[in-house]
Design a protein around this ligand. Structure first.
Ligand SMILES: [Ca+2]
Ligand SMILES: [Ca+2]
Ligand SMILES: [Ca+2]
Ligand SMILES: [Ca+2]
Length: 376
């Protein structure tokens, strides 16, 4: 899908911020306010009195925690009211069942519209069976002059917003789903690299370009890499792909590739770049299955000038002749990691029979030239 490029860059700047919107709620402590919240969990209870009011978010996630079972049905009682005068407004509550950091529409427990004094609202709700186990949040909001549905991230003058800790059990166990955030990024192994995964379950939104769930990869370019190609072609959803350095600066991004729109592909010059995050996500709120493919070209390999050295036979069953036989060579894997230093001062024929079959890089240290060499 197409988008505003300017907006995109602005959004990237905030991509490292906290998961939940916490700069929310009223600027005033008087008048409209939730007066009470009651919820009995499998373990623990919420028994909250709202007045006097609090400016901004009243964050009780550390001090009030109730356990609920996925698939279970519960009742929450909320008295939307006031700590002062009586004015019309609206109320709503959500639980972030999928732990994606958003209070999504389907996570609304109920809504209220009225003018205090009003009867206590008793809402029955079922925790979806595919909710994610672990600590999440209940948010209860009242907004004077508000209309439903309320924006769970809204700011306004009168009302209240309170967050409670909810521990979900009996749902999805998301251990074994690495890469949800930058601190748990999946390390990119040897190039060419492929990794097949789904953003559909157990992944949440940390890269705020789009509210879609995202998966982080950690990639460390090496000095031999010239251009790196990254592709999500073949994914079954509308993807968005970005490459960001450790300071959050965008190195490259793509929404719709010319080759496979609306999937994404990009390439970037890796010369002189430090460690990077490659982030896979969906356009908008989309999620799905994908295969990430990363490949690279190598410095010196594509030079049109005649090779400055000869490595033969190529491919070889193990014997390697190197000419000229002056100066040192290096044998590297395709990630540019040094496997062996080769000194040709005294000899020019090497027996590499113990080497695993595969493609390697040979680098002449004097000229900096690199060539591929295959062991079969
Ligand atoms: Ca959610
Ligand atoms: Ca994520
Ligand atoms: Ca995202
Ligand atoms: Ca796209």
């Amino acid at each position: 899908m197409k988008h505003s490029y300017l907006l995109l860059f602005l959004l990237f700047q905030i991509s490292l911020f906290a998961q939940y919107c916490t700069n929310v709620g009223p600027t005033s402590t008087i008048d409209s306010n939730v007066e009470s919240v009651v919820l009995s969990g499998v373990v623990g209870n919420i028994n909250y009195a709202g007045c006097p009011g609090v400016v901004g978010l009243h964050d009780l996630t550390q001090s009030v925690n109730v356990s609920l079972n996925a698939g279970g049905t519960y009742s929450i009682s909320i008295k939307f009211g006031t700590c002062g005068g009586n004015y019309a407004g609206a109320g709503e509550a959500w639980i972030d069942f999928d732990q994606n950091g958003n209070f999504d529409t389907y996570e609304s427990l109920g809504t209220w519209v009225g003018t205090p004094p009003a009867p206590v609202q008793n809402w029955s709700f079922t925790v979806p069976p595919n909710s994610v186990n672990g600590l999440t949040r209940l948010r209860v909001m009242q907004r004077e002059q508000g209309t439903i549905p309320l924006n769970p991230c809204g700011t306004y003058q009168w009302g209240s917003v309170t967050d409670f800790g909810i521990t979900l059990t009996n749902g999805l166990n998301c251990t074994g789903y690495p890469g949800d955030d930058q601190n748990d990024a999946i390390i990119v192994g040897a190039l060419p690299y492929t990794d097949t995964r789904s953003t559909e379950v157990c992944y949440s939104n940390q890269n705020y370009v789009y509210p879609s769930p995202d998966i982080y990869y950690y990639f460390e370019p090496n000095p031999l890499l010239a251009e790196v190609q990254v592709s999500l072609c073949g994914a079954n959803f509308d993807t968005f792909l970005s490459v960001v350095d450790m300071n959050g600066n965008v190195v490259a991004y793509n929404d719709d590739s010319e080759d496979c729109a609306p999937q994404s592909a990009l390439s970037f010059d890796a010369t002189a770049l430090g460690p990077l995050h490659i982030i896979v996500e969906g356009w908008g709120a989309f999620s799905g299955d994908y295969t990430l493919q990363i490949s690279a070209s190598y410095v010196g390999l594509n030079d049109t000038e005649a090779a400055a050295f000869n490595a033969y036979p190529n491919p070889s069953q193990g014997r390697l002749h190197l000419t000229p036989n002056t100066g040192a060579y290096q044998l590297l894997n395709m990630n540019g990691q040094l496997l062996q230093q080769i000194d040709t001062e005294s000899e020019s024929i090497f027996e590499m029979h113990n080497l695993e079959s595969g493609v390697y890089l040979l680098k002449n240290l004097a000229s900096g030239q690199v060539q591929k060499w295959q062991k079969i």
